[in-house]
Design a binder for this molecule. Structure first.
Ligand code: GLA
Length: 405
């Protein structure tokens, strides 16, 4: 068989399962235990960036690109992980009782961290596990390949060992893996979207309560497209943690002298914030908070525009979000700005913005149907002229969330 995997092997769930099943036997060998199969999507986000860890709204959805996995329980306490996306097919090993983050383990820190997070919550794996994964998600493109893998590992543990937990708890444990094991202080949006995704719908997520509403994405006459800068900033994770800290500082300034306790920045409306922002002495911190609070309001407006089918308005909100992420929250980069600036000059584009944590990754763009090829050509030409390399494009299909297949 062809190893490592190619995209061709994953065009349908049936093909993926057959391919993974064969590869699993080849990598881990036979055993009397049943092999279980899973799919966990990546995520995109229409709007609502850096709001999730501030108790605000986001509007993400699950995409057709994602992580496939095959898992089987073992007799002993060993955990063995292998990915078909890397040519060396290295098997990375750990033991259930001895899990810690190790740089050399690379991607395998995510599944290791999930086993650790479940154990911390009283769900220690009673036996080891072999896990083979393969992904169609570009890694480091800001489409949540890590959350996708964490959610998949969680589903595998649940299925193999019978841990009866809800989807919301599954998302929280994926977040705990990032925060407590991998040291990235990310919010809940990514694993939540991987799990709750529903075909044709975006999830209007209220992060403070984890309540959500499925909003149909009717973009009649238009299309959504992701454009990948292929920029992966090594400092993205530390800059993300910095932004989060700045938001916490802003909250504690705003709380001082306030009559009512303030739990999250997004508990303030933009108007209330205007009245109270003087409490934040540092201008940079004030601007970061302003982004968060206005982005929260924009997300509510964008969901309304989408429900009404007002795509012009929706597109304007995407541009406004980008401007704020660039100028106030300062998480954009020249490549993302270039893509958004250029799309603003294309009459058939309704809106565009950087997506995810920032400092690289993709933009999400709403454009008139039938103009996708023209967009790709113009963008490719312009981007290559400026940066000397091509961007990548992914068409968007809004799919169901993670599941056993
Ligand atoms: C990353 C994090 C999310 C969210 C976004 C920004 O994707 O994982 O929790 O904070 O950045 O909106």
């Amino acid at each position: 068989m062809e190893l490592p995997a190619s995209a061709e092997n994953f065009t349908t769930m049936g093909k993926a399962k057959a391919y993974l099943g064969d590869a699993f036997q080849e990598v881990f060998g036979p055993s009397g235990e049943k092999v279980h199969f899973f799919f966990s999507p990546g995520r995109a986000n229409l709007i609502g960036e850096h709001t999730d860890y501030n108790g605000g709204l986001a509007l993400p959805f699950a995409i057709q690109l994602g992580t496939f996995g095959a898992a089987r329980a073992r007799e002993d306490d060993r955990l063995r992980f292998c990915s078909l996306s890397f040519p060396d097919l290295q098997v990375i090993e750990s033991r259930i009782g001895n899990l810690s983050y190790k740089k050399k383990d690379g991607w395998a820190n995510y599944p290791k961290g999930v086993v650790w997070a479940y154990a911390k919550k009283g769900m220690e794996a009673p036996r080891g596990m072999d896990l083979l994964i393969a992904g169609t998600l570009p890694i480091g493109a800001g489409l949540s390949s890590s959350a996708s893998l964490e959610v998949l590992t969680g589903l595998a543990l649940q299925s193999l060992f019978g841990f009866p937990i809800s989807k919301v708890q599954t998302a929280l444990l994926a977040q705990e893996t990032e925060n407590g094991f991998c040291g990235a202080h990310t919010g809940i949006m990514d694993p939540f979207a991987c799990l709750m995704g529903e075909e044709g719908h975006a999830i209007l997520l209220q992060s403070s309560s984890l309540k959500y509403e499925q909003v149909p994405v009717h973009v009649d006459g238009c299309r959504l497209i992701l454009t990948d800068t292929r920029v992966k900033h090594s400092l993205a994770s530390s800059a993300y943690n910095d932004r989060r800290k700045t938001c916490e500082d802003a909250l504690s300034y705003l709380e001082r002298g306030a009559r009512e306790p303030l739990k999250f920045l997004c508990d303030l409306s933009p108007e209330e914030f205007e009245k109270r922002k003087i409490a934040i002495p540092d201008e940079d911190c004030r601007e970061k908070a302003a982004h968060v609070i206005r982005e929260n309001a924009r997300t509510r407006q964008a969901a309304e525009a989408l429900k009404k089918g007002d795509l012009e308005r929706f597109g304007q909100l995407l541009y406004a979000s980008h401007e704020s992420l660039r100028d106030l929250f300062e998480v954009s980069c020249p490549e993302l700005d270039f893509l958004v600036d250029k799309s603003q000059k294309m009459p058939y584009v309704l809106g565009s913005r950087m997506m995810g944590g920032g400092f690289g990754g993709c933009t999400i763009t709403l454009l008139k149907e039938g103009r996708e090829e023209k967009y790709r050509q113009e963008m490719r030409r312009g981007f290559t002229g400026r940066f000397g390399r091509e961007p990548a494009f992914y068409q968007v299909e809004i799919t169901d969330g993670a599941r056993e297949i």
